[in-house]
Design a protein around this ligand. Sequence first.
Ligand SMILES: *Cc1c(COP(=O)(O)O)cnc(C)c1O
Length: 423
Amino acid sequence: MDTMLQYAKDMDQHDQMSTFKSEFYLPENQIYMDGNSLGLMSKRSEKTLTQIISSWREKGIDGWTEGEEPWFTYPEKLSERVAKVVGARGNEVMVTGSITVNIHQMLSTLFHPTPERSVIVVDELNFPSDIYAVESHLKLRGLDPSVSMRKVKSNDGYTLTLEAIKETLTDDVAILMLPSVLYRSGQLLDLKKITEMAHAKGILVGFDLAHSAGAVPHQLHNDEVDFAIWCHYKYMNSGPGGTGGLFIHERHHHELPGLAGWFGSDKSKQFDMSHAFSKAEGAGAYQIGTPNLFSTAPLSGSVELFEEAGMEAIRNKSLALTQYLRDLVKMQLNDFGFADVTPIADEARGGHIALAHPEAARICKALKQANVVPDFRAPDIIRLAPISFYSSFMDVWEMVQRLKKIMEEESYKTFTNERNVVA
Ligand SMILES: *Cc1c(COP(=O)(O)O)cnc(C)c1O
């Protein structure tokens, strides 16, 4: 038997996390490699969502204060648990908003431009929403983005170097905001080193953890990161539009929220209905309005699974899966023009492998027809994310066999090489 196939069987047999697969609803006969865009639904999430629906049905308005998990403090209690997943203290994380809204909130709160320091550094490979948020925020402050937004340049179009980041950190920079894992190539940046580098220059640092929260262990508090934002619908399986998360280091908790609202109040004073804002003590201060409880509840069930598995086991399996995937691509798909653009070292890659190919859009359509769910990112990237909770090594093997067949038979040529509306 092929030694690579035998390897998959052995790894699955000794997989400590294999029991988690039955916790998820896996579409039948499908190999799902898109958990980095939208994680699958778990039975636990279904349960916690159902619980909150029942509490509305049974209690009406009293659900805010009564029952096992009163809605008034539900997001705060959940945030303390999420904090452990990202290496933060309980009061430094808030489950609220979305990535984009939370960027606006963190910039509104922590960006204090002066004539000498008014630049926000981002990178030229970042996700558009982050860029739109920074640009529009600068305009609201009366600043010109073409002057006050600077982008770290990429040498290869896929990754960023520490040197290139360092070069941008001149004395006029107030904030550096980068992704932890780049959404296309899957490069994982060194958060600790970058934070040290920026702090040495008096610059605040924020990270977008969209592609690392729930995939890569973090030490946000100990690494002294100033702020972070992320979503829970990718690796954390909280469902479409699931409420996002923000981290603000406790040394900044004296800051008044730039975008204030009554849910940022000290809970004991919120219903005094005073026009004088009494700020909550921790990250809760940066909430704005009434929490979206139905979009928050699935996360509670999902976090249980993270508590049971532990981030270390999740990361170890993820690294083994992605390594196996890229080894297979190298051995079995060598003739078909795929370029593996994800960094090689374990400490430099997140949870997915990115294959660049000029026919990527239609290869993804052919994969979909072959019951594999990949993820396409324009112009030429196929992202494949085997997920520790619900992907097996045999899934990776089988996915590569289907891809190989597509390439050998050139069946992708029956599709147009254009992306779908939602890719
Ligand atoms: C997924 C993703 C987003 C999406 O932002 P939302 O506000 O949650 O819609 C933003 N930035 C990055 C880097 C992402 O990967």
